[in-house]
Design a protein around this ligand. Structure first.
Ligand code: AMP
Ligand code: TRP
Length: 341
């Protein structure tokens, strides 16, 4: 069998993905997109960002809607500042190596560890029949990451368990078959890592919550943003103080304010000492609208342009050039296929 080595890459390689499965909200922006752009703008990093349509079909999708959302999400990545000259941006199913390594990762995982995943438990709850794809979802995510020899994966803290599983699977294969994978690390933005629902700060802000006032969609107009913030759950003591345990609603709003404005939580506390929630919320409305307005404008321009397809085709080509040799390396380790003669 051929000698196997993991080729070194110079830069810190970053990989992340977002599902094209609904309107993105402020949690996605602060937990993911905002970080993606900062990372891309640091010269030491080499960034690869993916629209994970194969993950989206783990639950039923209307085909027309899914296709629309693939382009919407691509336009949103670009509107938030992902630059195709600096980063690779592509659609998962356009690079078949994801499906192939996904299967190998599935075969390297145990049903016991997959049934412990909290995302699986919550997404399968209440369904009469649970799609198998939901169960093996994390093995495909592991393949996404390992296929690029990624060093770091920027995500919200809701993905910690999946990142740990990715490391466990990579370790297992490295230990049983010899060095095959680089062990990736999760990279979590401290304040923005978990944005909570506006109507119930004990739950995370999510695309699927039935109450639209629980989230701020990145495409919401100014009035809707105002309505959602002014109605957000707080508490009755009237003090603007960061204390996630006792004041989860206020702390969540402070988090959002802090990450978007660059003001520290301490300085927000002093700025609003002696002031009420009304003043604080009014200012937060301006901060959020100030951050979202330019994104909305750029999104409309980019969504209409014919460049989107070219960007994604180019991205898939560049992604394949990295992914295919890694897949070949793994198949060699497993003795699959014809190998090199
Ligand atoms: P998803 O919408 O589940 O595909 O998530 C896309 C990205 O947004 C992932 O990196 C998530 O960790 C992140 N994310 C989703 N919801 C939140 C939230 N409420 N707070 C922070 N990050 C989030
Ligand atoms: N599971 C992630 C989420 O729901 C999306 C995702 C799929 C992902 N593949 C990935 C994130 C690879 C980071 C890296 O948010």
């Amino acid at each position: 069998m051929a000698e196997i080595t993991i080729p070194k890459h110079d830069k810190n390689r970053i990989f992340s993905g977002i599902q094209p499965s609904g309107d993105l909200h402020l949690g996605n922006y602060l937990g993911a997109l905002h970080q993606f752009v900062d990372l891309q703008n640091d010269d030491q990093n080499e960034c690869i960002y993916c629209v994970v349509d194969m993950h989206a079909i783990t639950v039923p999708q209307d085909p027309k809607m899914l296709r629309k959302r693939i382009y919407d999400l691509t336009a949103l990545y670009l509107a938030c500042g992902v630059d195709p000259k600096k980063s690779i941006l592509f659609v998962q199913s356009e690079v078949p190596a994801h499906a192939e390594l996904g299967w190998i990762m599935t075969c390297s995982s145990y049903t016991g560890e997959l049934s412990r995943m909290t995302q699986f438990k919550s997404k399968s709850q209440g369904r009469e029949s649970v799609p198998s794809g939901l169960f093996v979802y994390p093995t495909l995510m592991a393949a996404d990451i390992l296929l690029y020899d990624a060093d770091e994966v920027p995500v919200g803290t809701d993905q910690t368990q999946h990142i740990e599983l990715t490391r466990d699977l990579a370790n297992r294969i490295n230990n049983t078959r010899g060095e095959t994978f680089i062990l990736p690390k999760g990279r979590y933005l401290k304040e923005g890592a978990r944005i909570m629902a506006l109507d119930d700060p004990s739950k995370k802000m999510s695309k699927s919550a039935p109450n639209p006032m629980s989230r701020i969609s990145l495409m919401d107009d100014e009035k809707t943003v105002k309505k959602a913030i002014m109605r957000a759950t707080t508490d009755s003591d009237g003090e603007i103080r960061f204390d996630p345990e006792n004041k989860p609603g206020v702390s969540n709003l402070m988090n959002i304010y802090s990450v978007l404005s660059g003001e520290s939580l301490d300085s927000l506390e002093s700025m609003y000492r002696g002031k009420g929630y009304g003043d604080f919320k009014k200012d937060l409305v301006s901060v959020v609208n100030g951050a979202l307005q330019p994104i909305r404008t750029r999104f409309e321009e980019i969504r209409e342009s014919s460049e989107l397809i070219d960007i994604l085709e180019d991205g898939a080509e560049k992604a394949s050039a990295i992914a295919n040799p890694v897949l070949a390396r793994v198949k060699e380790r497993f003795g699959m296929g014809l190998g090199t003669k």
